[in-house]
Design a protein around this ligand. Structure first.
Ligand SMILES: Nc1ncnc2c1ncn2[C@@H]1O[C@H](COP(=O)(O)OP(=O)(O)OP(=O)(O)O)[C@@H](O)[C@H]1O
Ligand SMILES: [Mg+2]
Length: 286
């Protein structure tokens, strides 16, 4: 799946700045700006829902560059990125892929979950991500020199990788790498308020609850509750849904299919948001 966006689409827009809302966690904004200025490709790794995509959207808007996002999957080939000949009415014609378009336009090309892509993509990524900065298009005999404004950004979730899917050192060592993680409670609280406008007290309780849930490691939980899920829970509660049921739907059920694990997590939820009646029902089920 490929999408081209003016970087402002799909994100909550900060009304004061007209930028996508993004709360920096560390030095990532400065690092990305410098990488852009000095034409260095960037790799972002981190768990699901921690802000990777939002960050890239925000940076594209900050730097005023168009953003081409490619959601990589295990069938994605070099031709999907570079382009191919298509059959027209009378003859075939060349159609640029998103990577080629991004190079021609001096845009930011963002390859999401890059480790999923087929290995033949490295053939086109390598000359583009070292000091040559060229995109060879074999089929048309072109060699595009990337303009200074072109930038390649890739991301992946280290948790999903298996040995076969890991990136080769010769690929990963072509990037400046940033590690993302879930933010500290006070920053996550601020993000939650920034995204949903819930009050501070509710934000604090939700963040504390999420952190308590994150502590509960279970073999059945592949990855802890993300900032994204926290925002879902806050959105449901803000619009009047019962807090315990909102947390079940947003912070518990998406993590696991195992009923025992769900019950264990729900005990933590009840301790934070349970009404007397809900707690009594839990102790003495009908
Ligand atoms: N630092 C942040 N500032 C503002 N919003 C954030 C931040 N971090 C996370 N979010 C919120 O969390 C949601 C999920 O973030 P995002 O979609 O960027 O995650 P991701 O890391 O790309 O996840 P995935 O690997 O699943 O694609 C965003 O829609 C946004 O609401
Ligand atoms: Mg993403």
């Amino acid at each position: 799946m490929v999408s081209k966006m003016g970087a402002l689409e799909h994100s909550k827009i900060n009304e004061k700045t007209e930028m996508p809302y993004y709360k920096p966690i560390g030095n990532e904004v400065e690092l990305f700006e410098r990488a852009f200025r000095h034409q260095l490709p960037v790799l972002i790794k981190g768990p699901t829902g921690c802000g990777k995509t939002r960050f890239v959207t925000y940076m594209a808007a900050q730097l005023n560059r168009p953003l081409y996002t490619v959601a990589c999957h295990d069938d994605l080939t070099a031709a999907d990125l570079v382009g191919r000949h298509l059959i027209g009415h009378e003859s075939t014609y060349w159609s640029d892929g998103p990577l080629t378009r991004a190079v021609r336009d001096g845009a930011i090309c963002y390859l999401d979950e890059v480790v999923e892509a087929r290995k033949d993509t490295t053939v086109v990524l390598h000359p583009l991500t070292d000091d040559r900065r060229i995109l060879p298009i074999e089929r048309t005999n072109e060699r595009l020199q990337a303009p200074p404004e072109f930038m390649l950004v890739v991301s992946y979730n280290p948790g999903y990788q298996n040995l076969l899917k890991g990136m080769k050192p010769s690929t990963r060592q072509r990037f400046v790498a940033l590690r993302f993680n879930y933010p500290t409670p006070s920053v996550e609280q601020e993000i939650l308020i920034g995204e949903t406008d819930i009050d501070e007290n509710l934000a604090q309780r939700l963040v504390n609850l999420t952190n308590a849930l994150r502590q509960l490691k279970d073999h059945d939980i592949e990855e802890a509750a993300s900032t994204r899920l926290l925002i879902y829970a806050a959105t449901l509660i803000k619009h009047g849904f019962d807090p315990v049921e909102a947390c079940r739907a947003a912070l518990v059920e998406p993590l696991t299919d195992d009923m025992e694990t769900v019950e264990a997590l729900m005990e933590v939820v009840l301790a934070t948001f349970g009404t007397r009646q809900q707690i009594t029902e839990k102790i003495n089920p009908k």
